[in-house]
Ligand binder design. Structure first.
Ligand code: ZN
Length: 344
């Protein structure tokens, strides 16, 4: 997710050239890779945030498609205007020999023919590579007109970059096939909650067992029930307090065996839903774990906190689900009295 968010700045760099922040970046870091992409950052003083952002440029380039009109704004070697990657990447030897590495497409066209300017005559093996290059870009250059060149985001239908589409692509690329992005990436849930859910799915919550492994000295007992060691799986799933929440938020009469981990739960959660109303169904896990985590923290860190009863926690979780859904116009009347009706 972080990579996708960083990449957003690289995309914006290509479309907000006149904005002050772009002009400052250009001034500070010098030559650009192309009109659309920032150049590499060399020798930053201290830790350069921009340097880390620029490292996502290849992602943006790989998922962009260019349409040549004037040929001015598309860089011949750097931009992915022909084929699945840039010509610089496909023909590195020829790129090294190019006199102007930042040349635009139009500068390679003269009277309807391709033109190239290399530092020296091509050797035999380079001639073969050059023939491959011509084969790829075609013997005739694209026809030019006065319209500006355009760039489209190839992962979305509207051609505009979105963090969400890149995130899904990254999840595919790293082959985390069992990670439930659609579940975690729920736009109805407030960002702080789905970030918490994301941490829970990845086993990153600072539960007591994890803190002990990190060398902290503390008691291991679950503060919710006092019966077991506090692990993520126990606190979010198997603790008798949490278990009551689960039982009271799923429809009455369901026979359900709680999985071993929160990841297992969310992977199978959508398949468990047998009602037509998946909107509320998909909010249940986030509401349960968020309420439990809040109460666990209050009991742990707030000396004046009055422990909520199981009923309080159940009502709180149901109220959360109703309030999240209502923001998007889904109003439930008297849901607290007839919770099952939501799923009928
Ligand atoms: Zn417990």
């Amino acid at each position: 997710m972080n990579i996708a968010l960083l990449a957003k700045w690289v995309w914006r760099f290509g479309v907000e050239k006149e904005r002050l922040w772009c002009r400052i970046i250009s001034e500070k870091h010098g030559a650009m890779s192309s009109h659309w992409l920032p150049g590499k950052v060399f020798n930053p003083s201290g830790i350069s945030c921009w340097k880390i952002i620029v490292e996502t440029s290849s992602l943006i380039n790989t998922c962009s498609k260019f349409t040549i009109h004037s040929g001015i704004k598309v860089y011949f070697w750097f931009d992915r205007w022909n084929g699945v990657d840039s010509l610089k990447f496909s023909f590195p030897n020829l790129f090294r020999l190019a006199k102007d590495k930042f040349s635009s497409v139009i500068s390679h066209i003269d009277n309807g023919n391709w033109v190239f300017d290399f530092n020296r005559r091509l050797l035999d093996k380079e001639v073969t590579q050059f023939a491959s290059l011509l084969l790829r870009i075609g013997s005739s250059p694209p026809p030019l007109n006065n319209m500006p060149d355009t760039r489209r985001w190839s992962l979305g239908n509207n051609g505009v970059f979105s963090v969400k589409t890149l995130y899904y692509e990254l999840v595919k690329l790293v082959s985390v096939s069992d990670f439930p992005p659609k579940f975690v990436w729920n736009s109805i849930i407030p960002p702080k909650v789905f970030f918490f859910v994301w941490c829970a799915v990845h086993g990153k919550l600072n539960t007591k067992d994890l803190l002990l492994r990190k060398g902290m000295t503390l008691d291991q007992e679950c503060i919710m029930c006092g019966d077991a060691i506090e692990t993520s799986g126990h606190l979010l799933l198997h603790c008798k307090v949490t278990y009551k929440l689960w039982l009271n938020l799923i429809p009455t009469g369901w026979c359900w065996i709680i999985p071993n981990s929160f990841l297992d739960l969310v992977q199978g959660w959508q398949q468990l839903n047998q009602s037509s109303n998946s909107l509320y169904w998909n909010l249940i896990p986030a509401a349960v774990v968020w309420v439990i985590w809040g109460e666990r923290n209050a009991r742990t860190f707030e000396s004046s906190h009055t422990f909520k009863t199981d009923i309080d926690l159940i009502i709180e979780a149901k109220s959360l689900i109703i309030s999240w859904a209502s923001v998007f116009g889904h109003i439930i009347v008297s849901a607290g009295d007839n919770w099952d009706a939501i799923f009928s």
